[in-house]
Design a protein around this ligand. Structure first.
Ligand code: G6P
Length: 505
């Protein structure tokens, strides 16, 4: 894709990146890579964009800085690529020139323990406050094994591959490790590369120390000690940084916390704790929204649109609160017969983590409520809800151009990039309904209609208010949100991190 527009931050960011990279290399490590490969019928791997907020945001980095991106080989196609390219580099198709993608291949059993038992659901559910603590979780031998034989060795393999990759470089690299799957990477890398400049960015919420105490002490301590070996810990919001500092105080014995400077001293090292609210690559998303591919999907979707359209775009994920969203819609149709036949709900739900039983039952719950609504209110001519259960980002962008209401009501969310993509591409002055517990609420809440996570009644009222809002109020809000997103785009997110990293070099 050729990009016409540029972020206002692009010039400064490129200058900063080239200063940084003159001395040290930049390594990004994340569990999911920017592309994943599926094998076609004759066994040839074909790449598609990875799903989720992390990939959406980080794919932009390569536009500004040359980097090596290390990710897990997650599919059979990824493994074919990993073996074919060996320890050398694969040039990723997004955005070609400056990125080398290096897959780390793990043993399947170890990866399964790391991904399907420890990271998701255990850690993910802790960080999203999703356990029902009187009953769950029940941490048992399988979790202990998932730690010892999954999470620890997979993190070790990532660190080893970073160390191998930079062997022979005159100076240790900048390492930007991503998210909850890789909490042990800073500690392992620090052991081998004491001079590395390490940042760990956490894309998901950081809970209160009490909730961390659900995790056995040795696991929790290892996670916190490793993060305290990083130079910077980046989080999404100021709320998360406060929780991080509080939890270091509670969990790391002898740690010295400076709340004013937002830093942690532990075992003779200083870790700076910063909020860097993640964002989207504005010019790329806008270009895509204007592209022929998107136009193709717009034509396909046109017959499914009603007079009024409510939209949601999410991974099929319990923390996204999809079921409560449909409960509120059902209530809306019950209370407002005048809306029946006029308002359509289009839900773009990307399949996610289907190996995990909790995700399977959640998926079943979503389809059950959708079928219920369609049976009760739909007829041959009109189906109130349409679910698109597939990973098709282009189609989702096409749909986002046409909503009247974008429903983003997660139980809790690190940032939520849909709440930034939607208002950027939408052409109808659509209204954003936003959960107070989404990270993006700190930036966008003022111009959205806020809802409390569990408040089905309030969500129904918010839907009605949004659907009946006058055009002036709609467009004032939409313009304010669009401006916010343009001012603080992904380049601004990166620039603030690069500045911090550079300050230590
Ligand atoms: C969230 C997490 C990411 C993760 C993504 C998709 O955005 O913060 O780390 O990559 O979800 O999840 P998945 O398990 O499919 O990679």
């Amino acid at each position: 894709m050729t990009t016409v527009a540029e972020s206002p931050h692009a010039g400064r960011l490129r200058a900063l990146a080239s200063e940084m990279l003159a001395e040290r290399r930049l390594i990004i490590a994340s569990n999911r890579g920017p592309v994943e490969f599926a094998l076609d019928e004759d066994g040839t791997p074909a790449g598609t964009r990875g799903s989720g907020g992390l990939v959406t945001a980080l794919s932009a980095v390569a536009r500004y800085a040359e980097l090596t991106w290390i990710a897990s080989a997650m599919t059979d196609g990824d493994r074919v690529i990993a073996r074919r390219e060996g320890p050398s580099r694969f040039r990723g198709p997004i955005p070609e020139e400056q990125m080398y993608l290096l897959f780390v291949e793990h043993q399947k059993a170890a990866y399964n323990r790391y991904y399907n038992v420890f990271s998701n659901p255990l850690l993910w559910f802790i960080q999203h406050y999703m356990w029902n603590t009187p009953r769950t979780p029940n941490i048992n031998l399988a979790d202990y094994e998932a730690w010892d034989e999954g999470y620890v060795p997979v993190n070790r393999a990532f660190a080893d591959s970073i160390v191998r990759e930079v062997a022979g470089d005159p100076l240790a690299p900048y390492v930007m490790a991503q998210d909850y799957q890789l909490y042990l990477v800073p500690g392992f890398v620090r052991e081998s590369l004491p001079g590395a400049i390490i940042q760990h960015f956490v894309h998901i919420p950081w809970p209160d120390p009490r909730y961390w105490e659900l995790l056995p002490n040795h696991m929790r301590l290892a996670i916190f000690e490793s993060l305290a070996a990083a130079d910077f810990v980046g989080l999404q919001t100021s709320r998360d940084t406060r929780n991080f500092l509080h939890s270091c105080e509670a969990i790391l014995p002898g740690a010295d916390i400076d709340y004013r400077r937002s830093s942690v001293w532990y075992k003779g090292r200083l870790t700076n704790v910063r909020a860097y609210p993640i964002s989207i690559d504005v010019p790329t998303v806008e270009d895509l929204a204007r592209s022929q591919e998107v136009e193709f999907y717009e034509k396909r979707l046109a017959p499914l649109l009603g007079d009024l359209n409510i939209l949601r775009v999410d991974r099929m994920e319990p923390s996204k609160n999809i079921v409560r969203g449909f409960r509120a819609f059902e209530l809306l149709l019950r209370r407002h017969p005048e809306l029946r036949g006029r308002v359509n709900f289009l839900a773009f739900l990307v399949p996610s983590r289907q190996e995990i039983a909790l995700y399977q039952t959640y998926t079943d719950d979503v389809f059950e409520i959708v079928d219920g609504i369609n049976d009760q209110y739909g007829d041959e001519e009109w189906q109130p809800v349409r679910v698109f259960h597939e990973n098709n980002y282009t189609q989702a962008i096409a749909a986002m151009k046409h909503y009247d209401v974008l429903l983003v009501n997660p139980v809790i969310d690190g940032m939520n990039l849909v709440s930034k993509e939607g208002p950027l591409v939408n052409g109808r002055g659509g209204v954003l309904i936003l959960s107070e517990a989404a990270g993006s609420h700190e930036q966008l809440g003022q111009h959205a209609i806020s809802v409390a996570t569990a408040d089905v009644e309030g969500t129904e009222r918010a839907l009605f208010e949004a659907l009946t809002m006058g055009p002036d109020a709609r467009s004032t809000r939409a313009a304010a949100i669009g401006q916010q997103i343009r001012n603080y785009d992904i380049a601004a997110w990166l620039e603030s991190q690069f500045r911090d990293l550079r300050s230590l070099a």
